[in-house]
Design a protein around this ligand. Sequence first.
Ligand code: G3P
Ligand code: CA
Length: 253
Amino acid sequence: MIGRAPCIVAHRGASGDHAEHTMTAFEAAVAAGADAIECDVRLTRDQHLVCLHDRTVERTSDGTGAVSELDLADLRAMDFGSWKAGVPATVVTLDELIELTTGGPRRVQLFVETKHPVRFGALVEQKLVATLHRHGLADPGASDHPVTVISFSASAVWRIGRNAPQIPTVLLGEASHLLGGGAATAVRAHGIGPSITSLRERPDTVAKARAAGRSTYCWTVDSETDFAMCCGLGVDQIATNHPARARAWLATG
Ligand code: G3P
Ligand code: CA
């Protein structure tokens, strides 16, 4: 055994092998044995939360434009799969992803990262909390924490804590910024989320967070060496593009 078993979070789904944020990538993550799925969310012009990383659609689709200036129907007409795997795929809404994580073949946790178009500001968090309430995932009594909200934006983390304090939050960033604890304390984050490159430089970040009562979520952990380091440090959640590999490392380590 290579140390403490972390929660395996499939980063944008099983995005190492499939087009990120597609239903194929999300379903493959569940099939691979991931404990959780990470997704980025953005608001469309007509205020639907969709699972997309970039501000614009050019890199991951055959369309053009900024997500915030397109309607959901515009995105539905684009192909978000062929660029990576040669297989067409449609955009996935947060509602559709939640239906998979709560009603699919196996229940998995969700780590939702809010991205921040200047155009919408706090509306992203408002829509997110409303969506989680609609699915019964933001109820104060939900003890198994089916959803964690993560963000590089201190303002976003603070707003989630103010509007829905029962939802766990993680403040993302570099270990050098997070290890003192002040940034997370200021926004009442439940956990910190350092990058793997910064954690290699400051591995003491994990123990310091634990001593302060905070969890550590590390991204993006795609090599066995990094995975073993995170297990040894006691990282609570690791985000990986290869959840099947992580599951195998855990079994054989
Ligand atoms: O899980 C956190 C990680 O996804 C942050 O970076 O750019 O991949 O969203 P990014
Ligand atoms: Ca992300």
